[in-house]
Ligand binder design. Structure first.
Ligand code: DGY
Length: 322
């Protein structure tokens, strides 16, 4: 019997490629070539499945051009690169990679919060530039983290992980806003209180965004929301570009409408709004919140396990369209 044929759209851990080779005819992309949508369609001809990262868009046009495709496995928890209704209409199983990255991503959210509040990168640049001449009482004085108010927008698994770090590790008062309220048990476990978005923006010292990108969440934080925040507040985005209006944020940072921001994701990344590159009070990282060796391997393995399940006639482990 013919082995199913799959494409791995970007480089992944060699041991996961080897695992997939036990089950499938594999075309891997270990050179990590970034294909255009047209090139991706060409590479997908004759393939039954594909392992994607968040940067390959799987839409109706691609599916129409790849009628053999049966399974698309994203090695990311977010799947806004998928047109889920089009996948469902085409009878293609789509999966994501949740859970395995929750704690690692929450760790990074907290790292970015602390680096932003305590001006870690800004002060390092100053030191490296040879500008440090003397200890000074207000040199890179930042915002307090312990005991401050942490506001989390998007209270899924990663948001809950950040809440626990703040509440238990740093004695922070935690407030959150979410599409739906958590159960009383989960709220107690996270020591988090549900508030309106407006109350959160007005009261939080640190606002962390951990919500999925959907058209409704486009520019959840724009000029109007930034204007509601405290002038001493920080904004952290580890969710998706497009949730924040980056142009409005760059202006707010320039005008010191808010104290600082920490951004791991950007509108139209890997392009970064040029104004963000010129303001000092922002910490910028290249979409690495889940990037530890072990976690990225676990994400790839879960995507691989999903392909093995679906193309072997089993139920997907972590479906997004069933
Ligand atoms: C995700 O899993 O959605 C992260 O953004 C990784 O790319």
């Amino acid at each position: 019997m013919r082995k199913p044929s799959i494409l791995i759209a970007r480089a992944i851990h060699p041991e996961v490629v080897a695992f997939l080779q036990q089950h499938f005819e594999v075309q891997a992309n270990q050179d990590d070539t970034v294909w255009s949508p047209q090139e991706l369609v060409q590479q997908l001809q004759g393939k039954d499945g594909v392992l994607t990262t968040g940067s390959q868009s799987i839409d109706g046009a691609l599916l129409a051009a790849c009628p053999q495709l049966k399974a698309v496995a994203n090695m990311a928890v977010g799947y806004n690169n998928f047109d889920v209704p089009a996948l469902t209409a085409a009878g293609v199983h789509a999966t994501n990679a949740p859970d395995v990255l929750t704690e690692t991503t929450a760790d990074f959210g907290f790292a970015l919060l602390m680096a932003t509040a305590r001006r870690v990168t800004e002060s390092e640049h100053y030191l490296r530039a040879g500008l440090w001449k003397e200890w000074r009482y207000d040199l890179f004085a930042g915002a307090e983290v312990h005991g401050s108010t942490l506001g989390i927008i998007g209270m899924g698994r990663i948001g809950q992980g950040i809440a626990k770090r703040g509440a238990y590790g740093f004695g922070m008062k935690v407030v959150y806003h979410n599409r739906s309220r958590l159960t009383a048990e989960l709220e107690a476990e996270c020591k988090a209180a549900y508030v309106s978005k407006q109350e959160l923006l007005q009261t939080a010292d640190h606002v962390v965004l951990v919500l999925p990108y959907t058209p409704e969440n486009h520019h959840t934080i724009g000029a109007a929301e930034l204007a509601q925040m405290k002038p001493t507040a920080t904004l952290i985005n580890i969710a998706r570009g497009g949730i924040v209006d980056d142009a409005a944020l760059a202006q707010a940072l320039k005008d010191q409408r808010i104290a600082a921001a920490g951004l791991d994701v950007f509108e139209g990344e890997p392009r970064v709004h040029p104004d963000l590159l010129t303001v000092p009070n922002v910490v910028l990282t290249p979409h690495i919140a889940s990037a530890t060796t072990a976690t990225r391997r676990a994400m790839a393995q879960l995507a691989a396990d999903n392909l093995v399940a679906v193309l072997g006639g089993q139920q997907p482990l972590t479906p997004v369209n069933t």
